[in-house]
Design a protein around this ligand. Structure first.
Ligand code: G4P
Length: 545
């Protein structure tokens, strides 16, 4: 090959790489259980031709009926591997939807998945408004400046007065919103939505209100066709409401949305397939592709030629005889290739992967290559833990796979002294998988397991017994939150005093970071007032709020 040819070919390769990366939209859909996340995901998959009929994304449904039974939850692990990532093509985009489990198994996993998304869609039930899990997840997104789009669902049912609901979203979720669509009526009177982005009217029709009349372009709301289409009363109301919308909410600005400073809102009904295609189309236009990712060493751009990626989730095999696992890697830059040696930075060794997989709606597939923004599943026999970095050779370490304060805390005791080793190994591996967090109390060295959902304790007990032959019991601890302790001057007398006075509440996490186990909001407040030099964080990582 002549020199010029090779320059051209590398130019073409770079162009292809950039184009491939830009067309990737990797996002999570988050909501409180029952707001409609599964239904919305399913409709997206239908539009992408990834599934043929509704009902294919079953995992949530089964979870719901069997929520009280953790054995079922175990069974679900098999199914949830296939719903962990759902990839499909839509209008030239490669979409990767990452599952953020939101039911009883709501766990650290859910939070950590947010480190691998480039944006999120938040689903809110028009009648229920902002619910607890949504608040917690959105808080993490806000801290990380993840672009958020809000979808208000179930407009076919009676719900809250729209302006009140938008106020609630702003206040409870701390968002700065702007409406890109507006509902015409609600419940039985729901007629459709006005799409402010495209300035068009979408009307429901048909007996079951499932047919959508073609979008009617309506740049001037005073056109008589509006009155004809929805009736003069509704037309007048819509004009008035949109007038208020224009006055009260800021204009949509994509840059502000991408920076996490402005959140567009859409309305519709996932079940009736209303407003969903429009939502997906606008989302494809405005949603960000893969963004740069900070490592401890430098900022990594997605279109760098060299491959790098990080593990954000590990899924254990359900079969206790095979302790292999799947590690989910988000590609942060370049192209991941099958059978190519990559550096496992923490272990300082190179590994090749013979069967890396990608996840398509209902199947797993071995891939030859995958681009920045994508997720690959790597078969693992115990080499990975959450946060591990893979590269082509550079010793990078990605930031931002933090631990968040658990909600429940229990001492773990060995119930079978003959199996101490097995218990230790089991706890160690389950913690690496990210099932829960382990703390060690400073004053008595006892081990504490912290979880986000209480059901996790049963899962751990069951897995220890079935996979490691170890048995454990628990003792509940009256802890409200784990606060990571940060102090500039460790020798300061105030810090020494804090350690002495509070020694029964001080523990260390698995990275040996100091943690204050607060028993109430009040005690956190007291600590802050008494020892202003000590910073208390609810996550293991410093995040600029
Ligand atoms: P989730 O994943 O967020 O938990 O919610 P999911 O999609 O499972 O939806 C929860 C319930 O809300 C389901 O009803 C679903 O059919 C319903 N739903 C979703 N979108 C809409 C909507 O736009 N309008 C109305 N009226 N209902 C909606 P279910 O009775 O629990 O299940 P199913 O028997 O309908 O499957």
């Amino acid at each position: 090959m002549k020199k010029n040819d090779s320059v051209t070919s590398s130019f073409v390769k770079e162009k292809v790489l950039r184009e491939e990366i830009q067309r990737r939209k990797t996002f999570g859909i988050i909501s409180h259980p029952d707001a409609g996340k599964t239904t919305l995901t399913e409709k997206f998959l239908l539009f992408g031709g990834a599934i043929q009929e509704a009902g294919a994304v079953k995992s949530n449904k089964i979870k719901k009926t069997a929520a009280s039974d953790f054995m079922e939850l175990e069974r679900q692990r098999g199914i949830s591997i296939s719903t962990s990532v759902l990839s499909f093509e839509y209008k030239g985009n490669k979409i990767n939807i990452l599952d953020t489990p939101g039911h009883k198994d709501f766990a650290e996993d859910t939070f950590r998945t947010l480190t691998a998304v480039d944006s999120v869609i938040v689903v809110i039930d028009v009648a229920k408004g902002v619910e607890e899990q949504t608040e917690r997840l959105v808080e993490v997104c806000r801290m990380r400046k993840i672009p958020i789009l809000v979808f208000i669902n179930k407009l076919d049912r009676e719900g809250k007065y729209v302006f009140d609901l938008l106020d609630e979203i702003e206040q409870k979720l701390g968002l700065r919103i702007t409406s890109l669509s507006w509902p015409i009526g609600m419940g039985n009177d729901f007629q459709g939505v006005y799409n402010l982005w495209e300035q068009s009217l979408l009307l429901f029709s048909g007996q079951k209100k499932q047919k959508i009349e073609k979008g009617l372009e309506l740049k001037n709301l005073h056109e008589k066709i509006l009155d004809k289409s929805i009736g003069s009363k509704s037309a007048e109301l819509l004009r008035q409401e949109l007038e208020i919308v224009r006055e009260v909410y800021p204009e949509f600005h994509r840059g502000a949305y991408m920076k996490g400073d402005l959140q567009p809102v859409f309305f519709g009904s996932a079940l009736n397939n209303f407003g969903i295609r429009e939502l997906l189309d606008v989302f494809m236009e405005i949603a960000p592709g893969p963004s740069s990712k900070e490592s401890e060493q430098r900022l990594i751009a997605p279109d760098e030629k060299s491959f790098s990626g990080f593990v954000f989730k590990i899924h254990a095999n359900m079969d206790p005889r095979h302790r292999d696992r799947i590690a989910f890697v988000k590609i942060a830059s370049g192209v991941f290739r099958r059978n190519t040696p990559y550096l496992h930075v923490r272990l300082g060794r190179k590994f090749k992967y013979a069967s890396p997989s990608a996840f398509f709606a209902d199947k797993k597939q071995i891939i030859q290559e995958s681009f920045s923004g994508d997720i690959v599943g790597l078969h693992d026999t115990g080499n990975f833990k959450i946060g591990d970095t893979l590269t082509e050779g550079e010793a990078l370490r990605f930031k931002g796979i933090p631990s968040f304060s658990p909600e429940h805390f229990r001492y773990i005791n060995n119930a079978d002294p003959m199996k101490t080793k097995q218990l230790e190994k089991g706890i160690h591996q389950l913690m690496e998988e990210g099932v829960a967090q382990l703390f060690s109390m400073d004053y008595n060295q006892r081990k504490i397991i912290g979880t986000v959902g209480a059901l996790q304790y049963e899962v751990i007990q069951y897995r220890l017994e079935n996979e490691y032959g170890a048995r454990c019991t628990y003792e509940t601890l009256p802890v409200y939150k784990a606060c990571w302790v940060e102090v500039d001057d460790e020798k300061h007398p105030d810090f020494q005093e804090f350690k002495r006075v509070k020694q029964r509440f001080i523990a260390h996490d698995k990275e040996n970071q100091m943690v204050f186990l607060a028993d109430s909001v009040f005690s956190i407040q007291m600590m802050k007032e008494k020892y202003p030099l000590i910073k208390l964080r609810f996550t293991s990582e410093k995040i600029t709020a």
